[in-house]
Ligand binder design. Sequence first.
Ligand code: UDP
Length: 239
Amino acid sequence: PDRSVKYKRILLKLSGEALTGDHDFGIDPKVLDRMALEIGQLVGIGVQVGIVIGGGNLFRGAALHAAGMERVTGDHMGMLATVMNALAMRDALERSSIRSRVMSAIQMSGVVEHYDRRTAIRYLTSGDVVIFSAGTGNPFFTTDSAACLRGIEIDADVVLKATKVDGVYDKDPVNHPDAVKYEHLDYDQVLSQKLGVMDLTAICLVRDHDMPVRVFDMTRPGALLNLVVGGREGTLIDV
Ligand code: UDP
């Protein structure tokens, strides 16, 4: 990779909602195309990119459960939703001539490959973008936990959590104009101040394995590339 590159292997977490664009449900191919271009810029400078994609734009287990469905069935639907998002993302990447693979934590022969860590690392090393879908494969988890888990497993340099705001604030910046952004937080601050960056399972996992997390605004074009080459973007969470 380029010598200016700070993070040589990243795990990028995209929420399902990020794929809806101006709509409130489903997938907007235009948004995917823009993301594909930004990811392609990273691949172009030699960065290895793993992606975990959420499913909240389609189904969430907790929401289905609140509406009366059995929770585990709802979570299975949520995980399948992440596979659909992953297929759409691969399609956008391939249309931009970026080689990519989808792996699923749930076996789905004929549609996507089953997740295998060593194979994933081989793909990453050879320059393919790897999209990890179906979360952890287990109900009661989130794709934030899946992102932290896969990030640790593939020995990523950082987990990048893409959001709509440029980091973590002491209160919701949308409703509070005086909200203050944190440049840096340690894991225990996130836990004790209940900052709601990610769920507790995810935060505990990265803390136990010293995996840094950066929360940044992916809706701003160029932010992803800037932070990978060492720019100050969003909030860094580490020890
Ligand atoms: N899910 C799950 N196990 C996992 C990851 C996800 O059961 O390991 C289910 C869960 O129901 C969740 C849904 O998949 O609500 C979609 O994932 P998530 O809510 O994390 O998506 P995001 O909010 O990032 O779009």
